[in-house]
Design a protein around this ligand. Structure first.
Ligand code: T3D
Length: 262
């Protein structure tokens, strides 16, 4: 644990809880660094086979901590290009390139970068009381953390533009109906459902799941022809794992799989 982020290992996955609840888990620099360090551990530690990201208290994450952006004394505006380049972009790249499933349990409001960090995760569950807000336009900014790339792909240009230009809150159930997230569930079930899902993924064939994630992410930018080649290469790699042998053996022996993650 650090001051800003709690870490818990259970059932083969790492649960990371953003922990600045009095600020709805808004990001300061320390939280960026602490989160990045945990995700780096998740990358290298073979015993961590999935990640679950959630927030402490009544919110998931309210994006950038705006009290660190107070310019009311006439002070110079910070170079936001620099903070995006050094803090937000590396975080999104780290989540998307992690070769292990990342589940996000959105336990309350997800605003600004907080919403787009959730959408960058692989499977997003949200409690019925949660809402997603592209809050950037409310303070004169533009969507970041991959939002303006991911939103039109997930929900189409019309909805993406309306959400980002108005900053209107989107309830969890509508987000699920639109295909922006996987599921909206009763608040009381969120953590148990998300934990069960993370545990199930952590017990999966980790190499195959990591390759699957990469293939799906890369699909939008490639021709079918190039993508067929990418599938061939990924299948070749998956076919060399011990988990593939185990998967076939378990099927033939009519028993549950015991994947080792290798
Ligand atoms: O700067 C850069 O590096 C560029 C990168 C930008 C990335 C971004 O994320 S920009 C967008 C920043 N986020 C926002 O604009 C959202 C601001 N927050 C809100 O609009 C609202 O808080 C919510 C809609 C998220 C929730 O509203 P509500 O009514 O449920 O809660 P609240 O009362 O507004 O917030 C509770 C407390 O959290 C409150 O503190 P208090 O009054 O109890 O002491 C509030 O000030 C604090 N809080 C919420 N969000 C932030 C925050 N404090 C600092 N920064 C926040 N983003």
């Amino acid at each position: 644990d650090t001051e800003t982020v709690l870490a818990n290992r259970q059932d083969g996955f790492l649960r990371i809880t953003l922990n600045r609840p009095d600020r709805l888990n808004a990001f300061n620099e320390a939280m960026h660094h602490d989160l990045r360090e945990l995700l780096a551990d998740a990358r290298t530690d073979r015993d961590i086979r999935a990640v679950l990201l959630t927030g402490a208290g009544r919110g998931f994450c309210a994006g950038q901590d705006l009290s660190d952006r107070d310019m009311r004394d006439g002070g110079e505006a910070p170079d936001l290009g620099h903070t995006i380049e050094t803090l937000y972009n590396p975080l999104i790249r780290q989540i998307r390139s992690l070769a292990k499933p990342v589940v996000c349990a959105v336990n309350g409001v997800a605003a600004g970068a907080g919403a787009n960090i959730a959408f960058a995760c692989d499977i997003v569950l949200a409690g019925h009381s949660a809402k997603f807000i592209q809050a950037f336009s409310r303070i004169g900014l533009v969507p970041d953390s991959g939002g303006s790339w991911l939103l039109p792909r997930l929900i189409g240009e019309a909805r993406a533009k309306a959400l980002t230009l108005t900053g209107e809150p989107l309830p969890a159930q509508t987000a699920a109906d639109w295909g922006l997230i996987w599921k909206a569930v009763p608040d009381a079930d969120l953590m148990s459902d998300a934990s069960a899902l993370a545990a199930r993924l952590a017990a999966g064939a980790t190499t195959g799941l990591g390759l699957t994630k990469q293939l799906i992410q890369d699909a939008a930018d490639q021709s079918l022809d190039a993508h067929l080649d990418a599938e061939r290469d990924a299948q070749r790699q998956a076919g060399r794992t011990a988990d593939y042998r185990e998967g076939v053996a378990a099927f033939l022996e009519k028993r549950p799989t015991r994947f080792s993650g290798s």
